[in-house]
Design a protein around this ligand. Structure first.
Ligand code: FNR
Length: 374
């Protein structure tokens, strides 16, 4: 076969030579990080039940494959924000990326650009919006804000982000207050999230009227990240929000929440095609991504996977994570009989019993990282 489209093996980046599987990247990240930085990635809030439910929700779905369809030209690309994306994924916003790499968000933004997917920059990571825009001007850039200013301050930030060429603006709405991260508290380790107290009342008082104001004032596509119910998804649509982003913050905010994938169907039904839908929380493998797409999501966010790639190999490490996920997605699509994302359907999914105890790393059964605690 000479047709390039039939090749399912990922082209190798620099790190490709070193990493043949995703769990090797996770193991390398663990090796490169201090216990504090590692706990910052893998940890959740309080009992970490929501973290585990994210995985459980994904594991409780099995595939129903269709066969004898021509999948030789399998194509996992999609079109969003006016651009073609190589995979239906985005790099989710991560605060304090400087904990994993000296250049913080820069290699992540460059990796997104090099691979061909969007990067959502967090407002609480180094080196900030302007430096990232300068370092990765061609990347499809989104910006996420925690509200720590009054209305005028927020408006100034939105206006500046638009000036710097972002494709959409996101508010994270699941963080009215910073949660109790017991991995940090038990060690008396003070992260920048915990250290920050000034301005918290602005986030706590941010409400639907604020969304209405911003939507009226700015033409930029608006994303609400952290929607967890059909009721709020419906309100978002009624407020003209362009993207409903289903997320429980990777289990790092409200404990004893629902697995993100368990919430997705009710949100898809409530939105009813009136807005785009993104989802994140526990997505570690190509099969996870395909499940969300078949259930009606338009994009899947990667949080911790991006951190492992960055800590393991900088920009090339993040690109390698994406290459391996792309390979897994392509193979999964072909074995489901879907030659493109639009060929996926709900009928490709069915409820099933999970076979592994769920955990933040349970998607990697071959991963061994003793003697560290995870
Ligand atoms: C996050 N997340 C996050 N979300 C956000 O809106 N702004 C932020 O600054 C951060 N910071 C952050 C740091 C770290 C270390 C992690 C792991 C996560 C949440 C993130 O965007 C995303 O919602 C989750 O990470 C998705 O779950 P997975 O993919 O990590 O399981």
């Amino acid at each position: 076969m000479t047709d390039k489209k039939t090749t399912v093996y990922p082209s190798s980046s620099f790190a490709g030579a070193a990493f043949e599987t995703l769990h090797e990247i996770v193991a390398k990240a663990r090796q490169n990080l201090s216990q504090n930085a590692w706990d910052y990635i893998v940890g959740g809030t309080e009992t970490e039940t929501t973290v585990r439910r994210n995985r459980l929700a994904l594991d409780q779905i099995a595939f129903r494959p269709r066969v004898l369809r021509d999948v030789s030209g399998v194509d996992p690309t999609t079109s969003q924000f006016g651009r073609t994306l190589r995979l239906p994924v985005l790099l989710a916003p991560i605060g304090s990326l400087e904990a994993f790499h000296e250049e913080a968000a820069v290699p992540v933004a460059r990796a997104a650009g090099a691979f061909g997917i969007p990067h959502m920059l967090s407002s609480v990571t180094q080196p900030g919006l302007d430096a990232v825009a300068d370092a990765a001007p061609d990347t499809l850039r989104l910006y996420q804000l925690y509200v720590r200013e009054d209305a005028d301050g927020v408006d100034r930030i939105v206006a500046h982000a638009i000036e710097r060429g972002i494709a959409a603006f996101a508010f994270t709405v699941d963080s009215a207050i910073y949660s109790r991260r017991e991995r940090d508290l038990a060690k008396r380790h003070v992260t920048s999230g915990r250290r920050y107290v000034g301005g918290q009342s602005f986030q706590a008082s941010f409400d639907w009227r604020s969304i209405e104001r911003i939507k009226k004032k700015f033409a930029i596509p608006l994303i609400l990240k952290g929607i967890g119910t059909a009721e709020d998804a419906k309100l978002a649509v009624e407020h003209g929000v362009d993207w409903v982003y289903v997320s429980n913050h990777g289990g790092r905010q409200l404990d004893h929440g629902t697995g993100a994938m368990d919430v997705l169907p009710e949100v898809v039904a409530a939105v009813a095609g009136r807005a785009k839908i993104a989802v994140d929380g526990g997505f570690c493998r190509g099969t996870d991504i395909v499940k969300a797409l078949a259930a009606g999501a338009d994009l899947v966010g990667l949080g911790r996977m991006q951190c492992y790639g960055l800590a393991a190999g900088g920009e090339a490490g993040v690109v390698r994570v994406l290459e391996l996920l792309e390979d897994e997605v392509r193979r999964c699509l072909m074995m489901l009989g879907a030659d493109r994302l639009a060929a996926l359907e709900r009928a490709n999914l069915q409820p099933a019993a999970a076979v592994n105890p769920p955990g933040v790393l349970s998607a990697f059964p071959l991963l061994e990282i003793p003697p560290y605690r995870y």
